[in-house]
Design a protein around this ligand. Structure first.
Ligand code: 13P
Length: 249
């Protein structure tokens, strides 16, 4: 299979422009030339321009962490796909569990964002994940199946090369409690078969794992057949630790 590993850093709401410049500049030097794996950095909106500048001429890709689905309008505080395109940003994280839990985004809203991003020629990084209560209730695969199906409604096979999935169990995010490779692999395999059921080329779509990925657990996760990369929060805020994650063995 020709899926290239993708290591993505979600900086969340962290960093001044000076800190973003230093972090992006450090990573440009350490991992900016990699050809055998993709590197994505998702800084906050306020640092997108400075990070784009810092990685210019490297192979690092810059992503937004969210966007509105409309092009423009009376949506105070929102950022549109056209605005991101204007900056030169063509990747966007959508449906992160923090957006779902803290800002009330449901599958319908996430789906509007995904289809809007794709219509604008952007790559959508669609996040899905179950809560601890859902896992304990044995409901993980149902929840994930619903989120994948709901998020990708209306997406065609011709757009699949601009779709990336990220499985992020909510209980593993920021908790230091990483899913075991077996737990993650089970869900990734299920996502891949759901993609097939939706008429999408599941074998070609990258599925990243996220949730407490660190330098000391990335190798075990990346050894799994259906884990194609990582979406990293806390450990992506440090040049040395994210470099080690990108350089997984
Ligand atoms: P942590 O790596 O800090 O657990 O965050 C994961 C995440 O939410 C990435 O999107």
């Amino acid at each position: 299979m020709a899926r290239k590993p993708i290591l993505a850093g979600n900086w969340k709401m962290h960093g001044s422009t000076a800190e973003a410049t230093a972090l992006a500049g450090g990573l440009a030097a350490s991992v900016g030339a990699h050809e055998d794996r993709g590197v994505i950095l998702a800084p906050p909106f306020t640092a997108l321009a400075t990070v784009l500048q810092a990685v210019r001429g490297t192979r690092i890709v810059v992503a937004a962490q969210n966007m509105h689905f409309e092009d423009k309008g009376a949506f105070t505080g929102e950022i549109s796909p056209a605005m991101l395109a204007d900056l030169g940003v063509d990747h966007v994280i959508l449906g992160h569990s923090e957006r779902r839990e803290l800002f009330g985004e449901n599958d319908e809203v996430v789906n509007k964002k995904v289809t809007s991003a794709l219509a604008h020629g952007m790559t959508a990084i669609l996040c899905v994940g179950e809560t601890l209560a859902q896992r304990d209730a044995g409901d993980t695969l149902n929840v994930i199946g619903r989120q994948v199906e709901g998020g990708l409604r209306g997406v065609g096979a011709d757009q699949a090369d601009r779709v990336i999935l990220a499985y992020e169990p909510v209980w593993a995010i920021g908790t230091g409690r990483v899913a075991t490779p077996e737990q993650a692999q089970e869900v990734h395999a299920a996502i891949r078969s759901t993609l097939g059921r939706l008429g999408l080329p599941g074998d070609d779509i990258a599925i990243l794992y996220g949730g407490s990925v660190k330098p000391d657990n990335v190798d075990g996760l990346m050894a799994c057949a259906d884990i194609d990369g990582a979406l990293v929060g806390g450990a992506s805020l440090d040049v040395e630790s994210f470099t080690r994650i990108v350089d997984f063995q």
